[in-house]
Design a protein around this ligand. Structure first.
Ligand code: GDP
Ligand code: MG
Length: 683
């Protein structure tokens, strides 16, 4: 087989879900049925194959993007593991960037849940075709059609049923093949397929008609057959459904129970038949260093383009997961990595590995479409584009989120201090949403992350994996400030600057105005000054100095000393005094004038506001809402699905510390919530 034919048989997919929908259980079944794992590891045994990091087994959630191979019927399904908790959505996004399709798992009782909406949005962002697995159909109250209805209502999706689960028979009805599929054997590994009898036909025919009508739009011949009441060929139905799925117009739905071993193999057939191969994916957009756009198709020829999507320490060494988009990578290859400022970092690939869960195998070459692990790169980090030195490009970069929560950390034993610093530095390299800083005043180590769970997992890794005992301070929330009003101020600088050894006169005057901007407005700086005394234009050097001066003091506002934002700074007037108005003088005078204007305008504190979704049983709604109001949350919407109500709201992170525990006790452990940083705002 040629390489392209090989690649045509590869499916890079992610399995994503709201926590507890059954992602890990389903993954385990997939690995078992495909022969990738010999033993089924139940989640509650802490045995699961993909969750090979110790702390994941404790939390029962998955936080690393390992790649696992699952061969299925002449095809290779590559599972890219994506994390399930919303604190790690950045990890989900990184992983999604390199997927070609996904399977979204729903709980058959609960249907679409808050995090389902989050992952769905992410899938749309990367235009990923999705299949749905409606799981837990064995549970009382599970309802396949109602779950599809929640997809329509809450996701705006267009679900098309493919397998209808029959829990009482531990079987599924295949709506394309018109078969009833039973599962037996210890782990449901034996399939029995029978044609529909009258009873099944009565039950399944209406759903099959839905399916046929949905796909008929994608194939004229099929449409004619369906309208004429003829029975179309199953193969033609698959092909039309594939077309509609790849176009993102419909989402094929499969039902079953991962735990009770039915419905999973037909889903795997669906992955192979309906989801794209790497070469079926639309090309990516990149830019060269001058900003010119270039379309990068998945291609064996042309200058190298690859995307680093995860850094992981492996046997204590730095390794980088990357997806190759164009050309190939071999051990010894020299590459460059352009940064945002257009600088190029030179690197050399030492080794290239093929990865399968916790196992890596050296290869001599890897090609476009493949996901590989690279050793020897010292600087490459998540989101970087790896390119040929002759043709540097930047792929659209993965969005980075603000780490809005910090904790002071120290080693319990002072003998461990150095090791702690080393380990935290390594962890920070793996995870760009984690930042290590030193408090200038206290000299304390500060660890910043995206939420309490994020930081908690880091601490557990320190203890479990690196045997470090650490003490943490109280969580601190990142703050910003902005100005409360508009103000104008003037400053006259008239002195000898310290740097100026010649002792020449230094003199300049600036007048600036500041204005508050709407939330999310960032910092906008404009230099359009009236230059006195002669009204001449500023030179580039002078303009740059003034702009730098306008930014100089924005890192710590006059109100609380935290960074300023949502602010418009306009330099209105500059007075030059010949030689005495050097660029240094202009920078200093502008900074002082801005400082005065901001002080005069008055400050206002901005808190990180989180967008939250809280799902609770109906009977707990009152107390949960009351508590949210006490936390000054702004409630946008409540939506009930059966016995569960989902509250959408905004709240300041400062008032949400410890919410996990509180919610658990208010709802006897049944409530769930997710939150994600939204903006800095008054609270
Ligand atoms: P994840 O958080 O999405 O990875 O979900 P898990 O796979 O960890 O499953 C969460 C819980 O649901 C575990 O207790 C599983 O045993 C259980 N579970 C998973 N699949 C099923 C299913 O098909 N039926 C039932 N009744 N329980 C299931
Ligand atoms: Mg899991």
């Amino acid at each position: 087989m040629s390489r392209d034919q090989d690649l045509a048989h590869v499916r890079n997919i992610g399995i994503v879900a709201h926590v507890d929908a059954g992602k890990t259980t389903l993954t385990e079944r997939v690995l078992f049925y495909t022969g990738a794992s010999y033993k089924i590891g139940e989640v509650h045994d802490g045995q699961a194959h993909m969750d090979y990091l110790a702390e994941e087994q404790v939390h029962g959630i998955t936080i690393t993007s390992a790649v696992t191979k699952a061969p299925w019927k002449d095809h290779l399904i590559q599972l890219v593991d994506t994390p399930g908790h919303v604190d790690f959505t950045i990890e989900v996004e990184r992983a999604m960037r390199v997927l070609d399709g996904d399977v979204i798992v729903l709980d058959g009782v609960r249907g679409v849940e808050p995090q389902t909406e989050t992952v769905w949005r992410q899938c749309r962002k990367f235009a990923l075709p999705s299949l749905f697995f409606i799981n837990k159909m064995d549970r009382p109250g599970a309802d396949f059609e109602r779950a599809m209805e929640t997809m329509r209502k809450r996701l705006g999706a267009d679900p098309v049923p493919v397998t209808l689960p029959l829990p009482q028979r531990t079987a599924v009805v295949h709506l394309i093949e018109e078969t009833l599929i039973g599962f037996s054997g210890e782990n449901g590994e034996q399939l029995h397929s029978a044609p529909w009898d009258e009873e099944i036909r009565t039950l399944a025919q209406p759903l099959r008609e839905n399916l046929l009508l949905a796909v008929a739009e994608w194939d004229e011949a099929l449409a004619d057959q369906v309208l004429a009441g003829d029975k179309p060929d199953a193969e033609a139905v698959w092909q039309a459904l594939r077309k509609a799925t790849l176009a993102g117009k419909v989402q094929p739905c499969f039902g079953g129970s991962a735990l009770h071993n039915y419905g999973v193999q037909p889903l795997l057939d669906g992955v192979v038949r309906l989801l794209p191969a790497p070469l079926d994916r639309p090309p990516s957009l990149a830019r060269d260093l001058t900003g010119k756009e270039e379309i990068v198709a998945m291609d064996a020829k042309g200058p190298l383009v690859a995307l680093a999507f995860k850094v992981q320490l492996w046997d204590g060494r730095r390794h980088v997961f990357a997806r190759i988009y164009r050309n190939s990578l071999k051990p010894g290859d020299r590459i460059v990595i352009p940064d945002r400022d257009g600088h190029l970092v030179q690197e050399q690939v030492a080794r290239v590995f093929d990865v399968d869960a916790g196992k890596k195998t050296r290869v001599n070459e890897a090609h476009a479409g493949q996901i590989v692990l690279l050793a020897g790169l010292r600087w490459a980090t998540t989101g970087n584009t790896l390119c040929s030195p002759e043709h540097p490009l930047l792929l659209e970069s993965i969005e980075a989120r603000e780490p809005v929560l910090s904790l002071a950390v120290e080693a319990v034993s002072s003998a461990d201090e150095e090791k702690l610093l080393e380990v935290l530095d390594k962890l920070q390299q793996e995870d760009p949403t984690l930042r290590l800083e030193e408090d200038e005043e206290t000299g304390q180590l500060l660890l910043r992350g995206m939420g309490e769970l994020h930081l908690q997992i880091v601490f557990e890794r320190l203890e479990r994996e690196f045997h470090l005992r650490v003490r943490a301070g109280r969580p601190l929330v990142a703050l910003r400030e902005t100005v409360a009003n508009s103000a104008t101020a003037e400053h006259l600088l008239e002195r000898v600057l310290e740097q100026d050894h010649k002792g020449a006169d230094v003199k300049a005057r600036a007048r600036v105005s500041v204005e508050p901007l709407a939330r999310g407005g960032g910092v906008d700086i404009r230099v359009e000054p009236l230059v006195k005394p002669d009204g001449s234009l500023l030179t580039d050097l002078q303009r740059e100095a003034i702009e730098a001066g306008a930014r100089d003091l924005l890192g710590g506002g006059p109100y609380q000393g935290v960074p300023l934002q949502d602010l418009f700074v306009r330099v209105d007037e500059i007075e030059l005094f010949g030689q005495a108005s050097s660029p240094e003088a202009l920078r200093a005078v502008t900074a002082q004038a801005v400082h005065r204007a901001i002080t005069q305008a008055g400050g206002m504190l901005l808190h990180p506001i989180m967008a939250m979704e809280v799902s609770v049983p109906k009977e707990n709604l009152g107390v949960v809402l009351g508590d949210l109001q006490a936390r000054k949350a702004v409630i946008h919407d409540t939506d009930s699905q059966g016995e569960t109500v989902t509250i959408s709201c905004d709240a300041a992170l400062d008032r949400l510390l410890g919410y996990t525990t509180e919610l658990r006790s208010m709802t006897q452990g049944r409530g769930q919530f997710s939150m994600i940083f939204n903006r800095f705002d008054v609270a």
